[in-house]
Design a protein around this ligand. Structure first.
Ligand SMILES: CC(C)(COP(=O)(O)OP(=O)(O)OC[C@H]1O[C@@H](n2cnc3c(N)ncnc32)[C@H](O)[C@@H]1OP(=O)(O)O)[C@@H](O)C(=O)NCCC(=O)NCCS
Length: 148
C-alpha cells in the first residue's frame, strides 16, 4: 500500500536515502537540509509497506510553484509512485491557490517526460545545452501545468 505524507523539516536524511537509490548523482543530506529549511520549499514522500521509496521536492511562491526534483528508488520504479506523488502535489497546490506548476527536465529523460506529459504538462521553453552529458550537453525543456 502506498502512503503519501508531507516530510518534516528535520527529515532530510529520508530524502537523501531515497535519492541515493534513485539517481546517479544524488544530493547529500546537507543539501536537502538547506532546502527544507527554506519556508518556500517542501517535500512529499511516498512509502510502500512503511518504506520511503519516492519523493517530490517543490518550491512554491504563492501563485507559482516549481518542482525541484522528483525521484523514485530504482527498485520501486513503474509501480505508480511518481504518478501518485505528482497527483498529490497538484491537489495540495490547488488547495493552496497556486495557479501554475513549472519544471525543468532533460530532453533525453524519457521516463520523466512521459510522466509529466501524461499529467497534462506542456512544453513552454527550451534551454540549449543546459545539462552536461559526457563530453557534451543536453537541452533542458521547461514544462508548465496550469492548475486553475
Ligand atoms: C521519473 C521517475 C520519477 C518516475 O517514477 P516512477 O515511480 O517509476 O513512475 P510511475 O511508476 O508513477 O510511472 C507513471 C507513468 O510515467 C511514465 N513512465 C515512468 N517511467 C517510465 C519509463 N521508464 N519509460 C517510459 N515511461 C515511463 C509512464 O507513463 C508511467 O505510467 P505507466 O506505468 O502506467 O505506463 C523515475 O523514473 C525516476 O526517479 N527517475 C530518476 C530521477 C529523475 O530523472 N527525475 C526527474 C527529474 S526532472
Amino acid at each position: 500500500m502506498t502512503d503519501i505524507r508531507l516530510i518534516e523539516p528535520n527529515e532530510a536524511a529520508v530524502l537523501a536515502t531515497i535519492d541515493a537509490s534513485a539517481r546517479a548523482e544524488p544530493w547529500a543530506a546537507v543539501v536537502f537540509d538547506g532546502l527544507l529549511a527554506k519556508p518556500t520549499t517542501s517535500a512529499l514522500v511516498a512509502a510502500e509497506a512503511g518504506q520511503p521509496a519516492a519523493y517530490v521536492l517543490v518550491r512554491s511562491s504563492g501563485l507559482e510553484a516549481e518542482i525541484l526534483m522528483i525521484a523514485t528508488a530504482s527498485a520501486a520504479r513503474r509501480r505508480g509512485l511518481g504518478r501518485a506523488l505528482f497527483e498529490a502535489l497538484v491537489a495540495q497546490l490547488k488547495t493552496a491557490g497556486t495557479k501554475e506548476l513549472l519544471l525543468e527536465v532533460a530532453a533525453d529523460n524519457d521516463a520523466a517526460l512521459a510522466l509529466y506529459k501524461a499529467q497534462g504538462c506542456v512544453t513552454v521553453g527550451r534551454r540549449t545545452n543546459y545539462y552536461p552529458r559526457g563530453n557534451g550537453a543536453i537541452d533542458a525543456l521547461l514544462l508548465r501545468l496550469v492548475l486553475s
